[in-house]
Design a protein. Sequence first.
Length: 68
Amino acid sequence: MNVLLGERIRNLRLARGWDQTGLSIRSGVSRATIQRIEQGYCDPRIATARRLVQAFEIDFNELLEDTI
């Protein structure tokens, strides 16, 4: 699991002032999945990552910045 990616997603979410429910609504990803990703229990699948970058209005490179 990529803990850094979970931290990156959490930081992006917090920078926008969103809670996990807010990100869930904006992305269409369940809050439970967001929680598991942020805690490092799982990595997002490609489709999930795509939804997250669309919600954050960033590209994949920005999502992966400093995580690999």
